[in-house]
Design a protein around this ligand. Structure first.
Ligand code: MLC
Ligand code: AMP
Length: 501
């Protein structure tokens, strides 16, 4: 074999439609041609990018997929950036990954251009590349042979360190993640799926886009979660599959309840006819699961995953989909629970940390050998999530770290947000936690101690944060305190803070 399997498979899907948008459709052959042209441009006069990092600032859609495949076919590592990040966040991702090239649409190139110039990073504007015909020289260029063991992608994930860490996956890891889901959820070339999740995280990249492109299915991409447009397409039976985070199901329930009886009947009918609806990236409250079934007749399939491992545990496609539980290990994935004592748990009803092993598990954190080593326990990845086995299914109980927050499916680091807040001239001390929220799962809540003689209100704080943090990291609650609760060691007792909100 001389090509990555993803590319070789696309040749077989040739004339099938890969992407459908308001403005037109693109076949798999278009994707092959475009990605070859992108690869040729990226390579310039080189024969292989040799794992050079190529950052992507492109909205979901055909261009994004072509840029991703172009990077891979040229031998590069793709680093997708959050479209709405602040300049500081972009700068961190570019410098930490050592990216030498940014691919961006014209509109986004204008925003990131000054930073690229300052950092000396080459900026390629995708629209300009598309406008130029795929010249003979581009398509005729011999592309390098990229072996599956080579590194393919770095995804930045927030966690227990203040700054996000780069999760490095190889082509083989990505393929294993895709093949597991394609088998478990019975993907086929007849599938059609909307893509409205951000493409700097695996939920959108792997579960939706890559599984679809692997099987020859059709993707309808939206630049953002455009609820009215998506509902319109659901009622028109445009899809067979639907994958979203719990917050989206909460928002869909709200929209259906607010709709006129006729509209509701039409949209509910569309949802009822889908072959599968999946929820993940955060806990789906059993009440939301049950409300959705009552409204549409659909039994949501909840699954559990993580950037470092892909998807690990899932309710079954055939069989009982149990509200409040995430099911069993996916094909090709080994899961075990480890007790605090160090014992491997074999009995039901005993909680332990979820540890995962398998070909989909990432290679390492980028440039962080020590953190990488600490994250594995005898070859098993330590997720930091606690679970228990009940009647044969895993149920997630929570996280080991109080510094990780999940809001709207985004994983946030309390430490990163605290570091930003401490730059505020009025804030002397602060502690950030996630508090339960019926829409977002958890909402970012900040407790602060102010400098003498100063005041601070939430709207002003949120406005100030816009320069520093992506919008989904900005605190939604604020509590001004005289002092933060601390233990004998002087460490803030975050569980005690929760009561204050
Ligand atoms: C939007 N807002 C948020 C937010 N998203 N606040 C907190 N947390 C979030 N996640 C705020 C906005 O700033 C805005 O505030 C207001 O909510 C409405 O914004 P919006 O843009 O209209 O919201 P919407 O488009 O509806 O976005 C909601 C969403 C989005 C759920 C579509 O959050 C989203 O795409 N989440 C998915 C993230 C994801 O893909 N995670 C997967 C990670 S991978 P204001 O003040 O302006 O009104 C992973 C592994 C796995 O977890 O297992 O899958
Ligand atoms: P991320 O690091 O953004 O990939 O997020 C992964 C984390 O999301 C996991 O470690 C879990 O804490 C959480 N998560 C994902 N799916 C679920 C689920 N179905 N239920 C509860 N938590 C989940």
């Amino acid at each position: 074999m001389t090509e990555l399997p993803l590319i070789a498979r696309a040749r077989a899907h040739g004339s099938a439609i890969a992407f459908a948008t308001k403005t037109g459709t693109h076949t798999y052959q278009n994707l092959l041609d475009h990605s070859a042209a992108y690869a040729a441009t990226l390579l310039d006069d080189r024969g292989d990018l040799q794992e050079a990092r190529v950052a992507l600032l492109v909205p979901a859609g055909f261009e994004y997929a072509a840029a991703q495949w172009g990077t891979w076919r040229a031998g590069g590592i793709k680093v997708p950036l959050c479209l709405s990040a602040t300049e500081g966040e972009w700068e961190y991702a570019l410098t930490d990954s050592g990216a030498t090239i940014v691919m961006a649409t014209a509109a986004l190139a204008e925003k990131i251009g000054p930073l690229c110039r300052r950092l000396g990073v080459r900026l390629l504007v995708t629209d300009a590349m598309t406008a130029a015909p795929a010249s003979g020289s581009a398509t005729a260029k011999t592309l390098p042979f990229v072996t599956p063991e080579r590194r393919a992608m770095i995804l930045y994930t927030s966690g227990t360190t203040s700054k996000p860490k780069g999760v490095v996956t190889t082509h083989a890891n990505i393929q294993a993640q895709i093949e597991s889901l394609v088998a478990a959820w019975e993907w086929s070339a007849q599938d059609r799926i909307p893509l409205f999740l951000p493409l700097h995280h695996i939920h959108g990249i792997i579960n939706v886009m890559s599984c679809a492109l692997w099987t020859g299915a059709r993707i309808e991409a939206f630049e953002r979660f455009d609820l009215p447009a998506i509902l319109g397409r659901v009622r028109a039976d445009a899809y067979t599959l639907f994958m979203a985070v719990p917050t989206i199901y909460v928002k869909l329930i709200q929209a259906l309840e607010a709709a006129s009886p006729d509209d509701r009947t039409a949209v509910v009918g569309g949802f009822a006819r889908l072959r599968l609806m999946v929820s993940g990236s955060a806990a789906l409250p059993a009440s939301v699961h049950e409300q959705w079934t009552a409204l549409t007749g659909q039994k949501l399939l909840e699954r559990y995953g993580m950037t470092e491992i892909g998807m690990a545990i899932s309710n079954p496609y055939h069989g009982e989909r149990r509200p409040g539980a995430v099911g069993q290990a996916l094909p090709g994935v080994e899961v075990r629970l480890k007790a605090e004592t160090g014992a491997i748990i074999t009995a039901e009803e005993e909680p332990g940390e979820i540890q995962v092993r398998g070909p989909g598990v990432f290679r390492a954190y980028w440039n962080r050998p020590e953190v990488s080593a600490e994250s594995f326990d005898d070859g098993w990845f330590r997720t930091g999530d606690m679970a228990v086995l009940e009647r044969g299914y895993y149920r997630i109980m929570g996280r080991l770290s109080v510094d990780i927050i999940k809001s709207g499916g985004y994983k946030l680091s309390a430490l990163e947000i605290e570091a930003a807040l401490l730059e505020h001239p009025h804030i002397r001390e602060c502690a950030v936690i996630g508090v339960p929220d019926s829409t977002w799962g958890e909402a970012v809540a900040a407790a602060v101690v102010l400098a003498d003689g100063t005041t601070l209100e939430l709207p002003a704080l949120r406005e100030w944060c816009r320069e520093k943090l992506s919008y989904y990291k900005i605190p939604q609650r604020l509590l001004v305190m005289k002092e933060l609760p601390r233990n004998a060691m002087g460490k803030v007792t975050k569980p005690a803070l929760r009561a204050g909100f």
